[in-house]
Ligand binder design. Structure first.
Ligand code: TYD
Length: 210
């Protein structure tokens, strides 16, 4: 019996996707729909170790090395968690998935999309999400707080400015993806209260749970 769906949550930092994953999980629970949740990078013992490498500010991986590390964590979570759950008929909610690599390593770091897509295919063993939710929030809004911190001055704001450009590229890559794959990728307006966004999230997956 394979009634499980793979639903992935994507967007720039600060878009609220992790909160929305929790709210959708609660909703599925109330409806008696079996599910598991996971996240990338991470979700397995190996993946969580790789996550530490990826997020450590003392390490500066070359773009290709960064991509390989994300793909390594992805291959492991697909083999260990996602595939077995789907085969058992369970729905999977993943906080980030393959599209993060298309947006970050592809769109923002500049690795050709076709290259990222091929590695994604290998890591995912051909698995494609049934629905990908892209939580769309103005990057300035999401990063406003970081830039207003008192420690950010005219002398040290280059990184803040670069970070904004980087995340603008990420956001644009996500929108591009939604334009190219409208049946799979749904853009969810992430403005408003968590409850308001939750209503939009439910609407964006309603056809998967008739
Ligand atoms: P995390 O702390 O989980 O951020 P968030 O709460 O925004 O998901 O860190 C994950 C970071 O890794 C995030 O900045 C996005 C980035 N990332 C990639 O660049 N490529 C990927 O394939 C994935 C899964 C994440």
């Amino acid at each position: 019996m394979s009634g499980g769906r793979l639903i992935t949550f994507e967007g720039v930092e600060g878009c609220g996707k992790s909160t929305q994953l929790l709210l959708l999980a609660r909703h599925l629970q109330r409806r008696g729909i079996a599910f598991v949740t996971t996240r990338e990078p991470g979700g397995t013992a190996l993946g969580e170790r790789v996550r530490e490498l990826l997020l450590d500010p003392r390490l500066v991986p070359a773009p290709a090395a960064e991509l390989f590390l994300f793909e390594a964590a992805r291959a492991q979570v697909v083999a260990e968690v996602v595939k077995p759950a789907l085969l058992a008929g369970s729905t999977v909610l993943s906080d980030r998935f393959a599209d993060s690599s298309l947006a970050y390593q592809g769109g923002a770091r500049g690795i050709p999309a076709a290259t990222v897509a091929r590695l994604n295919e290998l890591a995912c063993a051909g698995l494609v999400p049934d629905r990908t939710l892209v939580f769309d929030l103005d990057v300035e809004l999401a990063f406003g707080r970081a830039r207003r911190r008192p420690s950010t001055t005219a002398d040290n704001r280059r990184f803040e400015d670069e970070a904004t450009a980087f995340h603008q590229a990420v956001a644009e890559a996500y929108r591009d993806l939604a334009r190219r794959e409208p049946a799979r990728v749904a853009v969810v307006d992430a403005r408003g209260t968590p409850d308001e966004v939750h209503e939009r999230t439910k609407a964006a997956v309603a056809d998967l749970f008739p």
